[in-house]
Design a protein around this ligand. Sequence first.
Ligand SMILES: *Cc1c(COP(=O)(O)O)cnc(C)c1O
Length: 226
Amino acid sequence: MSVKENLEGIRTRITEACQRVGRDEKNIKIIAVTKYVSSDTAKEAFEAGICNLGENRDDGLLAKWEVLGDRAVWHFIGSLQTKKVKNVIDKVNYIHSLDRLSLAKEIQKRSTNKVKCFIQVNVTGEESKHGINPSELSRFVEELGEYPMVEVVGLMTMAPFTDDKDVIRKCFRDLRILSKNVQAMKLPFAPCAELSMGMSNDFEIAIEEGATFIRIGSSLVGNEQK
Ligand SMILES: *Cc1c(COP(=O)(O)O)cnc(C)c1O
């Protein structure tokens, strides 16, 4: 199937998920995660109408950026090594993986503009996962006030790898509650209105629980590395 056909199917499922909970699909943006596909396929996604593209490595991002440049909106979605920040900082529009002060400090040092960041939260506390522990979130947000180039637009999480839909739903629901807590802090640099959650296998649950950005790779653009 082409990206275009995949997109039609995904849009239908987004519409249905929105209808179930009375949301407007205009408030949900699809990020095409292109980490497993070529620049050509990324271009195909862009031409099919997806302007938000996501990558989890600096080299992948730079390769696709060469082709599409600033016509696309670029999302860095994977764990970001501090030393890689300088390679991507003037190309990315959003960073979804802010999970430590040293990264905020490097963003502050390297960027000439405000950078829209999502704080990655490890909602379920799995050891294998990156992200801030929920109990440390409000303090982390406060400390980000030291770095004016960092704007906290929202929170991001990855659900546990499980078939148990209730576990996934609870994770997304908890992230939403955490984002409300941050909003209630009323910090000018942390509006925290966006929720980056939901991937190929769980985006409908994420939408039902309030996602505003869903990050879809395999079911949209495929996996050319398989
Ligand atoms: C790979 C990846 C995705 C997309 O995963 P799919 O299951 O292929 O949709 C989303 N978010 C992050 C952080 C990823 O690394």
